[in-house]
Design a protein around this ligand. Sequence first.
Ligand code: BGC
Length: 747
Amino acid sequence: MNVKQVLSQMTLEEKVSLLQGRGWWHTVPVERLGVPSIMVSDGPHGLRKQVPSPDHPGDDTIKATCFPTAAGMACSFDPELMAELGGILGDTCQAEDVAVLLGPAANIKRSPLCGRNFEYFSEDPVLSGEIAAGYIRGVQQKGVGVSLKHFAANNQETRRMSVSEHISQRALREIYLASFERAVKASNPWTLMCSYNKINGTYSSENPWLLTDVLRKQWGWDGVVMSDWGAVNDHVKGVAAGLELEMPRAGDDDDEMLVEAVKSGKIPEAVVDQAAERMLELIDKAVSQRAPETEIDLGQQHHIARKLAREAMVLLKNDGNLLPIRGNKKVAFIGKFAEKPRFQGGGSSHINAAEELSSLEAVRSVCPVTYAPGYGIEKDEIDEALVAEAVKVAQEAEIVVAFLGLPDNFESEGYDRTHLSIPACQLHLLDKLLAVQPNIAVVLMNGAPVEMPFVNRVPAILEAYLAGQAGGGAVVDLIFGAVSPCGKLAETFPLKLSDTPCHLNFPGDGDHVVYAEDIYVGYRYYDKKEMPVLFPFGHGLTYTTFEYSNLRLSGSVFTGEPVTVSVDVTNTGKVVAKEIVQFYVRPDHPGKSRPIRELKAFGKLLLQPGETGTVTVTLDSRAFAYWEDGLEDWHVEPGKYVIEAAASSRDIRLSAEIAAEGKPYCPPITMDSTFGDVMALPAARAAAENLAAQLRGAPVMGGDEISAEMMEAMFRDMPLHAICSFVNGKLKRADIAALVKTINEAL
Ligand code: BGC
């Protein structure tokens, strides 16, 4: 399609018609000019395409492979694996004639309570952004678009359609937007989906700062922004702010209002032209790369789903090497989730799974096990008969694998949790099992962290997350050692809910939530507060051990060339396994409030026993920068930085220093600056000392009992405008104003 030509032939009404959906999942065609309609469908961990009559919401969706959910996939720390997943999803969309897949979701996990955390990747923006970028690359290589969602700051489900998130500019830039920014810049998603919520009082769907200034002007992105389903408050305001597509169709009045707004001059036609042009480009991109002949093999996808799930699970604990289970041990599986695994979350991402593999079924091909359900999942009620049966099975076994976790109704899109507990009936069961059997490995199926009152009483814990339709098989692969676990946590597991960074401000007060913890999200908070946690960000064990050596750096922070960082890793154990190496940057003596350390890069290695490999990453100047409000830009403070090679955020193996040269940021001096601010500036010191000399001997409030130190301290924090009042007429405001001028000229 010649987009410009088609656009020039369109009436205002036709252009406007492109800016709202047709029904729930389609764009509007313009048949007169040969512009077809394209279809969008939900993801992110599978294709949720509606059938047979797709223009209304509902649960009648095609059978599709349910891959592991985002919470687990992020623990792979593996953008290439994400690209493989994306490629399969892209093929599936092609086979089903879906042009845009609604995912991935790159919102930051602000609180473990958020009901949708299973769909989100991480508490860390670098990890989240990189993982999202891999996924996007994979889907789009197949000629299918994604919709990176929910832009931005959709960090809770409570009142998600009306809540206003009050967030500092710095926290937005460093945490909440950074996750999207990385993905947008690295992999250029065809579309973004704006969030329901307001940010600092403005709905995302009508926020020109968010949709135009940041996204288009600053990040240089030029795709289509669609609304989350029902997120539009005012269609005209939305289009004016940079929203191209309202989804789903709200009604003819929205078109009419937009036409009227153009005709009355409320909004320039050029704005509608630009939005329509972007829509035409999207449609053209999709249609010109259509590949309806693509064939997919659900059987093969199931195998890949199992492989992905193995990479997504995290071995949290393994005292005495209880796992892997070897030899002819008498093994018991206990817990309903062994038979009926929970492998995905509720809401718009729910997949009509083509297959389901439970661990109980998968273990059949490995060894005989005994089984007892122990609890029910419909209700959190203790069933003593089930418990007694399970205790008997546990007693007769040499090792028990206890399958625990969160039932469907504990976490879902649409609401948040209010606590971090697993059902009381499961905790009760585990207590009873522990009374008769010390060798218990717990397998957890949940979309987000839970408190673990049992952590010190069980020797082994495998976090399986919501691992997709083949997850049950992956659990068996890992606990019997066919493959070594390799996932590492993409989020901190706190000891208890009240430890979490936003505990006092989640989910807020009515429609008002203050992000008072600011940039201190996840491990940034726990590290700064020196708090113990249940399991730290980046933690994960395997069946071997790794040694780190030879951390080396080259390049410098400011030459324009990135800093290259390498470290050698040796598999010092007896089995083949993968290690995820994390690189954190720690400013040594920052002038600004900064997190202790921040993840800036990572790498993953497969190593045979005895083998050594090297991980190399690069760090550009952004890796050292913070968001400086005064500059409205990123800034690298000159000084020393420590680069850490780590096995987790609390297991730093090696570190090396690098210096950043450059100018410190100096805010302009005003009458409100303090005397101390002035003295701190080398370029202003002479002028300040001159002022001090003039004041020497001037009577100050308080008289003789004020010591020189007290006087100095008092002046240090005194704004310049106030000095005249304390020096008995020795200085006039005009003198100080002249001084301010001189200093700013010198700066
Ligand atoms: C969800 C989106 C989803 C859309 C369409 C919304 O309620 O927030 O993630 O893509 O519905 O189902």
